[in-house]
Write a protein that binds this ligand. Structure first.
Ligand code: NIG
Ligand code: FE
Length: 421
């Protein structure tokens, strides 16, 4: 007999994503491993039963004081893993929209006082409490949309000390929001004003003084770089990532977002955990990523919102055999907290099937984020899952921005959580 603190019944379909090697590629990316008329049971924050409702009655007992939830014919899916966010910032850039609406490009907006450096000024000026408060609100909005794990990048302080300070806030954000957060060090997000015209001097400073602290104190899981003309060259990016890997840190690259400049090929050459964006990458790049086993993180909301009206090459990546993961890219430039919206745009603009998009948002995003025990519903795994008021999991990609009725992280409902001070 298995004793549980939580049982969920009345699930018309559970998409467990449980079967197959990780990350999922090609046909395997469309396999959700669904269970009809399902039930799950949780004890100590982990799944202890995942199967048919009929089968549960024989094996599981609810402890006195335990919780019973009726999903009322809805769908159960793993908690989403948002594999790429810049959620740690202060202020906003609402003023950029008038410029964007008139067709101004991202670099032009940056030249007019907008862009990353504008958020760097706001973040540097902000108090620690204000920054934590604003970022926590965004993370809680993510949780209400069904996200239970999220990668969060630094990148809006742009000094060695300030960027390390941002990393130190991440455990506090996790504690306040109940989310599992994967920290990524993106000090090479833009060339700081103090190093204008000297990007390599900044990279040297990061390599000499910041990375050793990040590695020694285990402050980040990954190091990322914005590899793009006007930001960091392939050569500078490679120096930084080689140093990071030498210290045992994982690597990611903002690759070929605006211009095809060699970011994806660098990711393949270095065996990075992921190459992200890829809006300007081509089929040669996709082949290189597939051969190197690098996961592509697609960010279809950013593509949708770009002045150039681009689309994520999600379909082409899956067809080329690249494992595809999904993120919101929540940032002051594309302020979006909803993985269901990212999933719908991966389907409608990125041309993934709803099942492929759900795989990208769960098990493959967990892989891209270095979380090997997240993104599936399986006995023994953390009980991170959501209940959606829809008949099948495919409706998440079919409808736009559908919201869960309940979200659980380690078996605790977090969707109604209010911010803890
Ligand atoms: O992923 N590309 C670089 N960074 C972000 C945008 C950051 C910003 O504009 O503040 C991105 O789109
Ligand atoms: Fe990004």
């Amino acid at each position: 007999m298995i004793w549980a603190d939580l049982v969920v019944t009345g699930v018309a379909e559970a998409a467990t994503l449980a079967r197959g090697p990780v990350p999922r590629r090609r046909a395997a990316a469309g396999e959700l491993s669904t269970i009809p008329d399902a039930a799950v049971a949780v004890a100590g924050g982990r799944f202890v039963y995942v199967g048919s409702e009929r089968g549960m009655g024989r094996t599981v007992r609810l402890r006195a004081g335990g919780r019973k939830v009726d999903a009322a014919g809805g769908t159960l899916v793993p908690g989403f893993v948002d594999a790429h966010t810049h959620a740690l910032f202060a202020g906003d850039r609402a003023f950029e929209l008038d410029l964007k609406a008139r067709g101004m490009s991202y670099p032009e907006i940056a030249r007019r006082g907008g862009g990353i450096l504008s958020t760097v000024r706001a973040t540097r000026r902000s108090s620690r409490e204000q920054l934590v408060q604003e970022s926590s609100q965004r993370l809680l909005a993510m949780a209400r949309s069904g996200t239970t794990s999220v990668e969060v990048k630094t990148g809006y302080s742009l000094t060695a000390r300030g960027e390390i300070g941002l990393l130190r806030l991440i455990p506090l954000l996790a504690e306040r929001t109940g989310l599992r957060i994967v920290p990524t060090f993106l000090a090479a997000h833009a060339i700081p004003p103090e190093y204008s015209g000297r990007p390599d001097a900044y990279i040297d400073r990061l390599i000499r003084t910041a990375l050793p602290v990040v590695a020694r104190e285990n402050l980040a899981r990954f190091v990322d770089v914005f590899c793009e003309p006007g930001f960091f060259s392939v050569h500078s990016s490679e120096r930084l990532l080689r140093a990071a890997a030498g210290l045992g840190l994982g690597t990611k690259i903002h690759a070929d977002e605006f211009v095809r400049s060699g970011g994806a090929r660098l990711a393949a050459r270095r065996g990075a955990r992921s190459a992200d964006h890829l809006l300007a990458a081509n089929s040669d790049d996709f082949r290189a990523l597939a051969a190197a086993g690098v996961t592509a993180v697609v960010l279809p909301v950013t593509a949708f919102a770009s002045a150039a009206g681009r689309r994520s090459p999600a379909r082409e990546l899956v067809d080329a055999g690249v494992p595809v993961a999904l993120g919101t890219d929540c940032s002051p430039s594309t302020w979006v907290e909803s993985m269901p919206l990212a999933i719908s745009l991966a389907v409608h603009g990125g041309r993934l099937s709803p099942a492929e998009a759900l795989t990208a948002a769960t098990v493959n995003a967990a892989h891209a984020s270095g979380l090997e025990d997240a993104g599936t519903v399986e006995v023994g795994r953390p009980a991170d899952f959501s209940l959606f008021p829809i008949p099948t999991a495919n409706h998440i990609g079919y409808r736009f921005d559908v919201r869960p009725s309940l979200v659980f992280r380690q078996g605790n409902a977090i969707s109604s959580r209010t911010l803890r001070q």
